[in-house]
Write a protein that binds this ligand. Structure first.
Ligand SMILES: *Cc1c(COP(=O)(O)O)cnc(C)c1O
Length: 231
């Protein structure tokens, strides 16, 4: 695991150099979905304390195990409205805000608990039917809805690019995301800031960094292949 992490850190460094960016501006989020808490402890010993997960049940179990430690979780997968209440106070960032109904639910549950929920708006930049996220052209209306809900804070945008053997093909999507991100950063929506641009996974994070990602979500390259038969 240590070697995997070193490999990823080196690749981040190279991508930053190539793009003339500061390495400290890129946050590496290890994605631990399907992986055991023991695997996570290996990664924690390398100095990582925040993990990406995509299943509510798994977050609850791991949260319980790491209670009383400084471990934090980001929800990166699609979130069903009826499950918001289970994790709303157990994740430090929701990457997958993708509908008005989810926004309403988060607002409602956050208000009940008198808390502020940080999230990113997920964009379906490639417009694939299989993907979650809102379309670019709907983003401005969506942000004005967010600005009416006081218990939700949007910190930026997230996307999952289509998978290509050759990661170079993802570049156009990441570039579009960065343009959108910069455009919104100039606007003044209440409760909306553009600080985090979450894009890039094991196969395409280098391209994502070159195009301006400041949070990358890496699972396989750190933890190895996932075995879905065990869950
Ligand atoms: C699983 C997952 C990742 C990590 O994918 P890898 O290819 O294993 O690095 C990143 N983002 C999301 C939303 C995921 O579901």
């Amino acid at each position: 695991m240590k070697e995997n992490i070193e490999y990823v850190l080196k690749a981040i460094c190279d991508a930053c150099k190539k793009a003339n960016r500061n390495v400290d501006d890129v946050f590496l989020l290890p994605v631990s979905k399907t992986k055991s808490v023991y695997d996570m402890e290996d990664v924690i010993s390398s100095g990582f304390y925040t993990f990406g997960e995509n299943k509510v049940q798994e977050i609850l179990q791991k949260y319980e195990y790491f209670k009383n430690s400084k471990i934090k979780f980001h929800m990166i997968g699609h979130l069903q409205t009826n499950k918001v209440k289970y994790i709303i106070d157990k994740v430090s960032l929701i990457h997958s805000l993708d509908s008005i109904s989810l926004l309403d639910k988060i607002q409602q549950e956050a208000k009940k608990r008198n808390m502020i929920v940080n999230s990113l708006v997920e964009i379906n930049i490639s417009r694939e039917e299989s993907k979650y996220g809102i379309f670019e052209e709907d983003l401005f209306d969506f942000l004005s809805e967010i600005s009416k809900r006081d218990n939700v804070r949007v910190q930026g945008l997230m996307t999952v690019a289509p998978y290509f053997e050759d990661a170079e093909n993802t570049r156009i999507y990441f570039r579009k995301m960065k343009l959108l991100f910069d455009k919104i950063a100039k606007e003044n929506y209440e409760n909306v800031e553009m600080k985090i641009l979450s894009m890039g996974m094991s196969n395409d994070f280098k391209v994502a960094i070159e195009e301006g990602a400041n949070l990358i979500r890496v699972g396989t390259l750190i933890f190895g292949k996932r075995d879905y038969s065990k869950i």
